[in-house]
Design a protein around this ligand. Sequence first.
Ligand code: ATP
Length: 237
Amino acid sequence: MPPEATSLLTAEAVNAGYGTMQVLWGVDLDVRAGETVLLLGTNGAGKTTFLKSLVGLIEARHGSIRLGEADVTRMRSSERMRLGMTYMSELAVFPDLSIEENIRIGAQALGHPNPKLNDLYEIFPVLREKRRAPASSLSGGQRKMLGIAKALAAEPRLLVMDEPSAGLSPLFVKEVIRILSDLRGRGLALLIAEQNIAFLEVASRVFVLEGGRIRFSGTVAEMTDNDALRQAYFGLK
Ligand code: ATP
């Protein structure tokens, strides 16, 4: 079957930037239904810029973005969300509100007034325990969980995540990876931008972004077979 037949997200030849500075140069990337894709790149490679252009927070100056059958290149961010693409941003956690209020408000904002709280608490038992506590009482790792739960309350087909490991201890990074594996098992498609290669564990395919250009795309096994990439990202010869 050609990849297009099962593609959920297809970005082709995307250019984007800020003012006169061009950051992305003809970026191609696709995510198939239910697949976990890792966008790997060092600081400043353009990962955040690319994710923002996918979800509609900045404009793609050239190229196209499709979500399922729909061309979303010129759509507002809210319309892309309604079509099933949710961007996870932990900034959207309100510290004074309880965990449950946070989830409800997040879901409402994303057009899902009745979030399936029990399903979410099954994935994040710690949030059930603390559901009446203010979000400010959560640890950094737990706050990250809440951010993911809020995004999931919108019941997306594709969850787009920018550096879920940021600010987390190695122990919590493991916990986030465990949760992402769980989500993958539930059929959710994930696009994860990271510089932490630990996330290769959950991915089926990987795109390496360098200087705003895709340097490599392939399976995780193909990446680890590539001598130059292995050296650059794993420090191995
Ligand atoms: P990081 O892991 O540091 O977030 P990244 O791969 O996500 O890195 P981007 O944040 O997309 O990279 O940044 C790519 C380039 O765009 C960098 O040179 C950065 O300085 C620049 N840049 C990012 N945001 C802005 C902005 N709002 N205005 C101007 N330049 C920006």
